[in-house]
Design a protein around this ligand. Sequence first.
Ligand SMILES: *Cc1c(COP(=O)(O)O)cnc(C)c1O
Length: 396
Amino acid sequence: MGIFLRKTYTYGKQSISDDDIACVVQALKSDWLTQGPLVTKFENELTQKFGAKSAVAVANGTAGLHLIGLALGWSKGDLILTTPLTFLASANCALYCGADVDFVDIDEVTYNLSSVKLENKILDLQKNGKKVKAVVAVDFGGYPCDWAQLSILSKKYNFDLVDDACHAIGAKYQGKEICSSYYAKAVNLSFHPVKSMTTGEGGAILSNDLDFISRVKMLRTHGISKDPNLLLKNDGPWYYEMHELGFNYRITDFQCALGISQLKRLDDFNNRRREIAKFYLENLSSELVTTPKVSADVEHSYHLYPVLLKLEKFSVTKKELFKEFQNEGLNLQVHYYPVPLQPYYVKKYGFKEADFPVAVNFYNREISLPIYPELTNNDLQEIISRFHSVLMRYVK
Ligand SMILES: *Cc1c(COP(=O)(O)O)cnc(C)c1O
């Protein structure tokens, strides 16, 4: 059997069932394509599933972060802190609102924003008379942040806590659903196809603050209000007013049909991801790679399975190993090049590698193994054997 006949694997992908398809088809045949009953139904099912008071479904996860920033009043002169180890959107949302962004290096063990370094950073800023408006914490790969400590800091230093939980849909922290928004003012989700469940493009914001949620809803649709309590006058049933500058960040009804159907499958998806993680933990050579932390007080959702290569053991670089994995049909990915080192951020703020030594070391070694519900046990055997065969070829 030649190499070209072999199955190839990526780090993540969606799972679409016949039921999912039937739900979307049914929505397409209904009277509504957008802003129909399924948007509200999806929002209600999200709140029921996760236990937050309210949810707003939006066009994508990036739009969700932008809306959170706007609804929390971020603007020029405000400072937002986030982690360097995330997707661009966790930081960009601050700039969309005209605020500034800075980064706090990660913890060596959890790979999440370090709450110790966060407090040091806040104290440093205080010395210069600067205050932090909000912290956007990311549950990297699906491993929950140190939420107990983060919420203590948010009260002590009076900043808003936002959970960019795009990796952590269905993860739990000390028995509580991450998406219940128990610790954070707002939780942001993405339903992009590589995430834990999908609507194609799509996202949602969950919160227990109903005033905040109604602001988010208004800003999702151009800043338009029809609420009789807010209107300055009333010309008739057609009449609406715009009091703030909002956007069109709506999601469609047929996407929500898919979301409702996928949400029913979320527990199965996450259980399979946990089985895959267990397989990797038991079968990966700890001589050659470091596997993610496993902890009793969290339920990891394993959006990613990041391993750190013990590079000093190999005769070639990570770049060369990566090419060899590709030749073996393992089309892996690296998560992430630290956001502050992106040329745009270097140019704007002058960040250096030395500012984020832990995130940089992580990036230099990290590689994300395939993890998604449709991988069979045979696939996993195949992946691990190809992965180890490359590593063994170059071990010193
Ligand atoms: C995917 C992702 C986003 C953005 O979501 P989109 O739906 O792609 O806009 C934001 N933050 C994190 C951490 C993500 O992984």
